[in-house]
Design a protein around this ligand. Sequence first.
Ligand code: SF4
Ligand code: SF4
Length: 341
Amino acid sequence: MTIKKIGPTTLERWVDSLIGQQRVFGAQAQGDKFAFAPLTQAARLRLDYDVAVTAPKAFLQPPCETLLRFGARGYESVLDTEPFVLFGVHPYDAVGILQMDTVFAEGQPDIHYLTRRAQATLVVCDVQNASPNVFAGCMNTAVLEEGGDVLLTRINDDYLVEGRSAKGEALMKALASEPEAEAGDLQFRKMVWDHNRQLLRRHELKVKPEDLPAMLDKSYDHPVWEEKSKRCFSCGSCNLVCPTCYCFNVREDVRWDLQNGERVRTWDGCMLTEFALVAGGHNFRRKKAERYRHRYYRKGKYLYDQHRQIACVGCGRCIGACVAKIANPVEVYNRLAEGPR
Ligand code: SF4
Ligand code: SF4
């Protein structure tokens, strides 16, 4: 695969040319935070962002989407078939997206997610500034060794641009006349990766991620679930910001004429009171402690049992989003590692 070295002016020109060809979403400043949003000009792109408020997975599984439209004569599926680029996704968020690819492809493949995903080109960018709560270095997600369509790494004032798939190489056609990266550049990139593995450790996990499932297996009755969840507001913020949460609700919106309507899918979250409420009024996780525990089991054990992937990439968003200050996975897992106390 090709690895080019380009300067900031070429990068800006390249991004502007992409904007002219298809939808491009990239991190942009919004006040003192950053968010992925449609890019209208390359100058607004901030590849030095620390963390995006909402994970870029939102462009693959939107918070609210119409799945189909129906009427008296039948129905038609609604599929998003327009190509787009997610430009500057951090490695840990890219890992989250790769996990979603597995989830939405298994069993009954989700045609809505998969259609949109097939249209997406993922341009990953190595982190330049660590966010206050990131611990991706502890979860082996600070660097994306493989995957994604293009990988960008800042080397002093320049960028290395690596094509990682046919789609990525196609995106890089405009860079054909730019110089190839040299051995020294690749050595520098390796230093950036080693540095980021250490830099993205704002919280230090005392157990290896691969040991979490076995540890959780023994911790179902640990007092931490009751203690921490006492302060939980069941607001679901920790679910909504998480790059690996994908649960959803589906409802039928019928128009006033009672003839036409839409089937709509919206994000849901296991921390919300009604998430496990079923017909007849029974709630499988009525207590806050049950919901709180379930979230950690889901991330650290249940999904690992299914896919051999820990469903926490260490982005740290839940830590910052929780007003009760109880959603730090590192605190919880380190406490479990100490044993029941
Ligand atoms: S559980 Fe928290 S730290 Fe882990 S991926 Fe989700 S939001 Fe990020
Ligand atoms: S963000 Fe905090 S308070 Fe809200 S549901 Fe999650 S753990 Fe509970």
